[in-house]
Ligand binder design. Structure first.
Ligand SMILES: [Zn+2]
Length: 473
């Protein structure tokens, strides 16, 4: 097995320069959910140049694409992302908050690295299959709008993963290890209230305020929070407060609710309660409420055989080869973080606090983790097909995701080394699977036990990808 690992790692190294260059280019064109036109074009061009058979416009999403290589055998999917975030622009490599003039977007979640490492892993597996004349197919799925749009939920609903045997992905992090398969189901629902405009002073009795309805809905939901399961979360953002004129009764207002729960069943119950509050706010204000589901994702399912296999690959590979200069740069970024940022990063993965600015170890599989729980649209893929994810060590320990510090480190040598390292982990796991039908069978048995063998999309039948969401908001 170890000579096999060496071979696949060499295939990764052979193509690492192209993948790093692609990551840097995508970093330099940060695009928001579903508007990742140039970034997706970069990924498509890379796939075509590498000889993948490319399908574009997946699930009627213009920035979703898939590249496949190899013949027959098991189908291994490697998932990538490339969307950026608003308000997280920062100059590369500087240890202060210094946005680049422009639209303010930035790669504060490292998805430039995420897509490039997954492409690199898929490319290495393709080359390894060809070099060894083996049966097996590897696919790269370019998945847009992870931040806010949850495109994988629509891609899973469209059946795009139905003939996949195993899915592999990763996320940038402070540490290298298997990503704990824990995430909340969630949904984003827009509540639009329609009232009636009037002169707020001269004829207040003729107006019906949509803004009042949004505010009363907030009050109702604030009380609801006292009586929900403790892992549930409800947050909101005003998308339209009805205008800038206090002397006009607001005829229209819109609020987006982001509702999370442990699983889809408890999410559905909670959504019903939030909807009742929206209806109540409309009743109280004599307005009308319309709702649109923007996205919905399932909680993640873990998979023991796949997690063990990925851990074996991590242990064989060892930590990323960071050097003294990388540690020096990372320490400069750590100096901009709080002690709590750094301590909580160690706590999350269950490692003892050290002074290391970059990780020098692999997180053990049995580590006593204390993860903070968010959501990911990988959840829906994990209900369709056995799925495993790595965490890749790309940032100074303690760097919060969705921060300017994460953006600023996205082109540094330590981020590049983390990219190549995690590509080796994913490619190594994939080639092990191609040669180990017994592990694929065990992963499928584990998956069937956890999922019950059926996936029901949490999206309503009429929900569509919110392709224009980054333009409208
Ligand atoms: Zn992310």
């Amino acid at each position: 097995m170890s000579s096999n690992s060496e071979a696949i790692w060499r295939h990764v190294e052979a193509k690492q320069e192209e993948a790093i260059a692609l990551s840097d280019r995508v970093w330099g064109m940060p695009e928001l959910a579903y508007a990742e036109t140039r970034s997706a074009a970069e990924h498509t061009a890379y796939l075509k140049a590498e000889g993948f058979r490319v399908t574009e416009n997946l699930a009627e999403i213009p920035t979703a694409m898939m590249g496949e290589a190899g013949e027959e055998g098991p189908v291994i999917a490697i998932l990538g992302e490339f969307d950026a975030l608003p308000g997280l622009s920062n100059e590369a490599g500087v240890t202060e908050h210094r946005p680049i003039p422009g639209d303010g977007n930035g790669h504060g979640c490292g998805h430039n690295l995420l897509g490039a490492a997954s492409l690199l892993a898929a490319t290495a597996v393709k080359d390894w299959l060809a070099a060894n004349g083996l049966k097996g197919r590897v696919r790269y799925y370019g998945c847009p709008a992870e931040e806010g749009g949850a495109a994988k939920g629509f891609m899973a609903r469209a059946g795009l993963f139905d003939d996949v045997d195993i899915a592999i992905s990763w996320h940038p992090s402070s540490f290298a290890g298997v990503n704990e398969p824990l995430s909340l189901a969630n949904t984003r629902i827009d509540f639009t209230f329609h009232g009636r405009a009037s002169h707020a002073a001269a004829s207040p009795h003729l107006g019906r305020s949509a803004l009042d309805a949004v505010e009363l809905m907030s009050v109702g939901v604030n009380y609801l929070r006292e009586h929900i399961p403790q892992e549930s979360r409800i947050h909101y953002a005003y998308l339209d407060a009805g205008g800038v004129a206090p002397n006009v009764v607001q005829a229209k207002a819109k609020v987006r609710y982001l509702i999370r729960a442990a699983d889809v069943a408890s999410l559905n119950k909670l959504v019903e309660r939030v909807r009742k509050i929206g209806d109540g706010a409309a009743l109280m204000t004599e307005t009308r409420v319309e709702t649109t589901v923007i996205s919905a994702v399932s909680n993640l399912l873990g998979n023991d055989p796949l997690e063990r296999l990925m851990q074996d690959n991590l242990d064989r590979l060892g930590p990323p080869p960071f050097d003294a200069e990388d540690r020096k740069r990372a320490a400069e970024f750590q100096a901009t973080l709080s002690e709590e940022d750094i301590a909580s990063a160690f706590r999350k993965v269950g490692l003892p606090r050290t002074d290391a600015p970059l990780t020098d170890r692999i997180v053990p599989l049995d580590s006593k983790r204390a993860p903070m729980v968010g959501s990911t649209d990988v959840g829906d893929v994990s209900w369709v097909v056995p799925t495993v994810q790595a965490r890749g060590a790309t940032h100074a320990i303690g760097t919060p995701l969705h921060s300017w510090q994460a953006t600023a480190q996205g082109k540094l040598p330590h981020a590049h080394k983390g990219l190549v390292h995690v590509a080796k982990v994913m490619a190594g796991t994939a080639v092990d699977l191609i040669q180990r039908p017994d592990v694929i069978a065990a992963a499928k048995a584990d998956h069937k036990e956890r999922s019950g063998g059926t996936y029901v999309s949490p999206l309503p039948a009429d929900a569509k990808p919110a392709i224009g969401m980054s333009l409208a908001v």
